[in-house]
Design a protein around this ligand. Structure first.
Ligand SMILES: NC(=O)c1ccc[n+]([C@@H]2O[C@H](COP(=O)([O-])OP(=O)(O)OC[C@H]3O[C@@H](n4cnc5c(N)ncnc54)[C@H](O)[C@@H]3O)[C@@H](O)[C@H]2O)c1
Length: 372
């Protein structure tokens, strides 16, 4: 993938999001490019001599060649590690550490989706107690979510993201045309995180989403919406940790569904189902107007995101999983629910709607009637 003359940019991103998470005391950046730039502005790379570029090898080789082309403008010493695509496990982290020990890079660079970004971020966080890391996300989910907020981790002992660190990528470069090879289902699944952010924080963004065509394209409209979704997450990461659980809208039911071992579904699809059910819980509990839920679900359906639990998903089993999740406290299931776009329900002790086991069971029956 060489820069196209028709779409050349001078290295200046079309949008730069700078944010300063309180726990690191410095500013990190996420740059969005509508077209392929023929160079990137990277204050980090300017100071480095060698990089380990870790690549999801199932991507087309042209993407790797292109990122090497960009990196070479700033530093000569680039080592490529192709880790293919696979589980986010310790074996693959060890592979990265082994290369790091061999190469002694000044910076680690990831090219891939959330899986690769998480693996490289986690490996970097431990290597010599913290190596700078730059991300080139290649999925919509990783552009709007995984490359922002510093969360890195692997799945261990059968539990998703059970081992991890907070290690912010110093720079993320989101090159929109990288999404050209991603299938529609993968793209739209990641988009549920943008709809979530709009429901939680931004009525204007929700209106822009409503105006989009139902299928993804690489044009300016989608670019603006996607990069605004990323911006919301980044600015949210500037809040104290105690506030960040607001991002977990759709994630309680969504997590229950995602971790049911009998059912394999994309994270974003599970979040969409979670949003549908959790907002319905708000409706049934008298906290949310039915029109708000209908509006949200109309949007989810327009993008062909699921709004119903699969018929074979056992709610009893999902609750077992939910009881082990961070949104189960003091014998209550906690749900983050927007009352309307931009306004989150608060119960006096946090941004939650709390339901006991019994309340959840009763509410769930009513929710199912709403969803018919
Ligand atoms: N750290 C965070 O804050 C955070 C947030 C959300 C998700 N995640 C993690 O991200 C992971 C999921 O990542 P994901 O959904 O971005 O996808 P992924 O990295 O798991 O990739 C999904 C598939 O798409 C392929 N792919 C990636 N980019 C492509 C492209 N441009 N063209 C064609 N194929 C491409 C991959 O090879 C793979 O087959 C999960 O492990 C999740 O836990 C982390």
């Amino acid at each position: 993938m060489q820069p196209k003359t028709s779409a050349q940019t001078n290295g200046q991103p079309d949008k730069v999001i700078r944010y300063s998470p309180p726990e690191i005391g410095k500013t990190v950046s996420v740059s969005f490019y509508l077209h392929q730039p023929h160079s990137i502005v990277s204050p980090t790379l300017e100071k480095k001599k060698s990089a380990l570029l870790v690549v999801d090898g199932s991507l087309d080789k042209a993407k790797t060649d292109y990122v090497v082309f960009l990196l070479k403008k700033q530093l000569d010493n680039i080592h490529i590690l192709n880790i293919g695509y696979g589980p986010k496990n310790l074996a693959r982290v060890k592979q990265i550490w082994t290369s790091m020990l061999k190469v002694h890079p000044d910076v680690a660079v990831a090219l891939g989706g959330g899986t690769t970004c998480d693996l490289v971020g986690f490996a970097s966080s431990c290597y010599h107690r913290g190596l700078d890391c730059i991300l080139f996300p290649t999925t919509l989910l990783s552009m709007v979510d995984a490359c922002i907020g510093g969360k890195t981790g692997i799945d261990f002992g059968g539990v998703k993201n059970s081992i991890g660190q907070v290690h912010y990528a110093v720079e993320s470069h989101c090159i929109f045309p990288f999404l050209d090879s991603l299938n529609q289902e993968e793209l739209i699944s990641g988009f549920s995180e943008v709809i979530k952010a709009a429901m939680l924080f931004d009525e204007n963004l929700l209106q822009s989403i409503e105006k989009l065509e139902g299928s993804f394209n690489l044009g300016q409209d989608w670019f603006s919406v996607v990069s605004r979704g990323a911006e919301l997450k980044a600015h949210f990461s500037e809040q104290p940790f105690s506030q960040r659980s607001k991002l977990l809208y759709g994630h309680n039911i969504g997590h229950g569904l995602e971790t049911l071992s009998s059912i394999h579904r994309r994270h974003g699809d599970c979040v969409a189902v979670g949003m549908s059910y959790e907002l319905a819980i708000g409706v049934v509990s008298g906290l949310v107007k039915r029109e708000v839920w209908e509006r949200q679900n109309k949007i989810l359906k327009k993008f062909k995101l699921p709004t119903q639990l699969p018929a074979n998903a056992s709610f009893a089993k999902m609750k077992e999983k939910m009881r082990k999740y961070k949104l189960y406290k003091d014998d209550a299931y906690l749900f983050v629910i927007p009352e309307r776009p931009g306004v989150i329900i608060e119960d006096g002790s946090g941004y939650y709607c709390r339901l006991s086991e019994k309340q959840l069971d009763t509410t769930f029956k009513e929710v199912n009637k709403l969803l018919i």
